[in-house]
Design a protein around this ligand. Sequence first.
Ligand code: TYM
Length: 330
Amino acid sequence: MRNGHRVFSGIQPSGNLHLGNYLGALKNWVSIQDDYENYFCIVDLHALTVPQDPKVLRQKVRELAAIYVACGIDPEKSVIFRQSRVSEHTELAWLLDCVAKVGELSRMTQFKDKARKGGAEAASVGLYVYPVLQAADVLLYNAHLVPVGEDQRQHLELMRTLARRFNGLYGETFVVPEVFIPPVGARVMALDEPTAKMSKSAPAPGSYIAILDEPDAIRRKIRRAKTDSGTEVVASPEKPAIANLLGIYAAITGSAVEEIERRYEGKGYGDFKKDLAEVVVEGLSPIRDRALELLDDPRELDEILETGAEKARAVARPNLESAWTRMGLS
Ligand code: TYM
């Protein structure tokens, strides 16, 4: 372990977890797990910023816990827990709300995008202060590293700004965390629209590959994935669809994009897509099988989450209290 350095990251238990979440986040969490002290959170409070069906949310929390473990996050090595069960997250969020500025939050592109869909006036206040809760998540553990996909870069920048501002105003309190964004797989695009991000809330199931999709569904989705004009399998800017599929292939197998391009010289999109489907099935099937097995015994998952919350609280509490002391609350 690197000098007891900590990693924190989280995923919302909303919608269906997809290949983008796996390649942009989960796969990298697993790969650095042995080098750090890890806190992997199910950010259920963040999910509430848009309406959720309580029954579905309850189920999705367990599903996400199962997927974390099935992907290779070992509850013996990493702390897996639910955000709502460690109330220090919301307590610190309030302190940081008083340090963050309206102008900063108004510039967050995720808020602007989501608010645009339903109208900014109708967006929840939770959606607006979402990045502050996210900052609290990480700062509460004094985490050094935050492995995420490309879409979280702006939230991470704000988090760093808030940590520095707090330290400047009240004295050294928080570690200023570094962002870890993988070189490939950090921005997986939709299969039906390669200019849009693959998204959990996308209405068309054909646009994403869910981690729990059956092998045949994965094959069908990749067969139907949009391609570009031409026939060459190359990742050029004029070929966003093929570039995306090549990126997926590279991220799953660990091969370089150029090497994959060479392998498909003289072959067409059809051959490439067929092989890609098998690569994705091979990568996701064991995860799906293990997750479904774990979901058969939800008690084990509930126990993992309870133990995780206890361990998380033990770190979170004293750090919240030092923020209190700095601010004059104790
Ligand atoms: P969320 O739940 O939207 O996504 C979880 C993780 O998946 C990554 N991701 C992607 N990566 C590549 N391609 C895609 N198409 C793609 N879509 C999503 C995200 O970048 C993320 O890493 N705000 C966060 C959750 C959060 C968090 C935190 C993360 C709350 N607190 C503290 C890190 C640290 C979110 O909504 O992620």
